[in-house]
Design a protein around this ligand. Structure first.
Ligand code: PLP
Length: 429
């Protein structure tokens, strides 16, 4: 796509549907896909993207969709932001790869310097760059065990931390993610998100806090249903970690990088973690994640951890451009447009008894329905109208658009969502 085409698509009116949904090209592609791809891929609906710009995405049949998924909270600067694309192109012409684990890649430490500057704790930060969120979680488990000499890790019921064996051992949003893969990582315990009493029982009955290396927690549960913690809970968790020398790991793979209107969701709760994990939004769609740890914690020895591709130059170039955009306007936009969207969704929620809650911070908003079938029906019906939203938890529709999402597009999104809920309420009662 040329820059002019990108700009045209980014400002195009959307949705604009020109075929039935899914159209003939999409159906043909889905048929081919089903023959050769892993059946484990959890496709939400029959959307087959071709190109995107800003918050607009076109499918293979030429239908324009209004995208409130952003590739599942990833393309933070919008699809194909010209600054991000230009940064990747410049970097591609200079150097595609040189393992930063084995040599001194300048752009790798450029990104780490930025992460040090924005880290959500007063102490200096060191970072390890990864290819994905799950790899950041894996590294954090290793780091916490290494630094404390302890084995146990506590995670939350309802959490999602990824699908590789270590992180899936922490993941507890749906049993199907774990089924068939055991034995999982030993030494992992789960407690109830937001429930201090349950954590006390865990310490009394199951694992002594002196054996716990880390508490790993999403500040706002993502895949588990966009769940916010009760007020004050994080402060208590921080106190417990301080009392027993436990590393507090905030998994901000979904909630971080400005999505909630602050750089890190933890900053809404006034608590400093020891480690923060970034992923999804950090490089606007290029594969990158980060383990950002207090300087005094990341003291593992040479060779203890590494990665061939983690922090590859293209992803780092995208991350530097992304961060500049987030800090110069997009985080503020997420806060303001998010508040406007939340208010509009709350007004819709008041008119439909099937909507039981509307919650969120910035552009991380969940609308909860009384039944899972209703949520699924809404997700599908929205898609057929050209509005891309995605379910999470048991019965929540999540809104996680790009941080560029325009206030003017909120009206369209709300109107369509309202129509969809009305339709589904009429059909399913
Ligand atoms: N942690 C959180 C909070 C996530 O939301 C996700 C992905 O959804 C992950 C970790 C795993 O990230 P990835 O899919 O990049 O491995």
């Amino acid at each position: 796509m040329s820059t002019a085409e990108t700009l045209d698509l980014a400002t195009a009116e959307a949705p604009a549907l020109v075929t039935e949904i899914p159209g003939p090209q999409a159906r043909a592609r889905i048929e081919r896909d089903h023959r050769v791809t892993s059946p484990s891929l959890p496709r939400a609906y029959d959307f087959v993207p071709r190109r995107g710009a800003g918050s607009v995405i076109e499918d293979v049949d030429g239908n324009l969709f209004l995208d409130l998924n952003a590739g599942i909270a990833v393309t933070s600067t919008g699809h194909a932001h010209p600054d991000v694309v230009a940064a990747i192109q410049r970097q591609a012409e200079e150097l595609l790869h040189y393992s930063a684990s084995d040599f001194y890649l300048p752009i790798y430490s450029d990104v780490c310097e930025e992460l040090d500057r924005i880290a959500p704790f007063a102490e200096g930060a060191r970072s390890f760059l990864t290819n994905s969120g799950t790899e950041a979680v894996e590294g954090a488990i290793k780091l916490a065990r290494y630094a404390t000499g302890r084995q146990a890790v506590i995670a939350m019921i309802g959490s999602f931390h990824g699908r590789s064996l270590g992180s899936v051992s922490l993941t507890a949003s749906k049993a199907k993610y774990r089924a068939g893969f055991g034995p999982l990582l030993p030494g992992v315990y789960h407690t109830v998100f937001g429930d201090l009493h349950h954590l006390e029982i865990l310490f009394e009955r199951l694992v002594s806090p002196s054996e716990v290396a880390a508490i790993v927690v999403e500040p706002i549960q993502g895949e588990g249903g966009y769940v916010l913690p009760p007020e004050g809970w994080f402060g208590s968790v921080r106190e417990i970690c301080d009392r027993y020398g436990i590393v507090l790991v905030a998994d901000e793979v979904q909630s971080g990088m400005g999505r909630t209107g602050k750089m890190w969701a933890m900053q809404h709760f006034g608590v400093e973690p020891d480690v923060v994990l970034a992923g999804k939004g950090i490089a606007s769609g290029m594969p990158l994640g980060a383990i950002i740890a207090r300087d005094s914690l990341m003291t593992w020895d040479v060779g203890a951890h590494g990665s061939t591709y983690g922090g590859n130059p293209l992803s780092c170039a995208a991350a530097l451009a992304t961060l500049a955009l987030i800090e110069h306007g997009l985080m503020d936009n997420a806060r303001d447009v998010g508040a406007f969207l939340l208010e509009g969704l709350r007004a819709i929620g008041e008119r439909y008894p099937s909507i039981t809650d509307v919650r969120g911070l910035g552009l991380m908003i969940g609308v909860e329905f009384d039944r899972a079938e209703k949520m699924h029906a809404v997700e599908q019906a929205a898609f057929r109208k050209g509005l891309l939203v995605l379910g999470c938890g048991d019965s929540v529709i999540r809104f996680c658009p790009a941080l560029v999402f325009e206030r003017e597009r909120v009206d369209t999104a709300l109107r369509l969502f309202d129509e969809v809920v009305a339709e589904v309420s009429g059909a399913t009662g």
